[in-house]
Design a protein around this ligand. Sequence first.
Ligand code: COA
Length: 263
Amino acid sequence: MSYENILFEIHDGVGVLTFNRPKVLNALNPQTLDEVADVISRAAREDAIRVLVLTGAGDKAFVAGADINEFLKFNTLSARYFAEKGQGIFFEIEQLPKPVIACVNGFALGGGCELAMACDFIYASEKARFGQPEINLGIIPGFGGTQRILRLIGRARAKELCMSGEMIDARQAKEIGLVAKVFPADQLFDETMKAARMLASKSPAGLRSIKKVIDCGSDIDLRSGCALEAEAFGVLFGTEDMREGVSAFLEKRKPQFKGSLTK
Ligand code: COA
């Protein structure tokens, strides 16, 4: 598939997807969502992609939301289909058995904030702004935002953000647990790539297990979550990467994890 609305490159095991619709602050239209879905399915198939980074072109926006130009064309059914399409792709990001980092360089509003929340964690520039402003259009978040923000920051703050439609800055977003780290704008991409390369050097099966157990665990009770954890812990003792990690520690050398998720 050739891409018109995004750029995609692979560097040292890290796939970098850049939203590239600067005239609309990288807003998501249906075709952009299709292109994202294509990258996610490539990332699932290709061992050469060990970590994904999502970012926005330019210095103003990560993604300023769903493309509002499409909205007046929608009726009840097509709007629901659009929401389900976005939700489906964001679930694919969560289900991708590899780390996905949102590198938020500017506005992450509406669908952009929802997209960032579907990633494993968010690194943000000091210039980043987050919000769910859909209420100002007379609608609500449709790409899973009400549900993920609830799980990430709790009921009261989730309601305050979605009901007010207000934007918060990166520092506030970090305070409430939405953002993992904040960097000066000119350092954000390099710092994100440093973290992504570090993750690309770890055991793929281990990373997959962490992602799965934590994501499943956030929806189930503690005992069931711990049962899943014990299962995954046991499975990893059957991997070459576990032998390599433990041997490297005992031999006082750096481990070389070569595990594959596809072979
Ligand atoms: N969909 C479509 N176009 C969008 C967009 C979106 N979500 N967000 C921004 N744009 C467009 C603007 O219409 C404008 O186009 P124009 O140059 O043809 O007029 C261009 O991007 C630049 O945006 P502008 O509003 O001029 O920049 P700003 O710095 O004054 O404001 C924002 C930036 C992000 C605060 C403002 O654009 C905004 O509120 N966008 C909508 C955010 C939103 O509601 N997202 C949720 C959608 S469900």
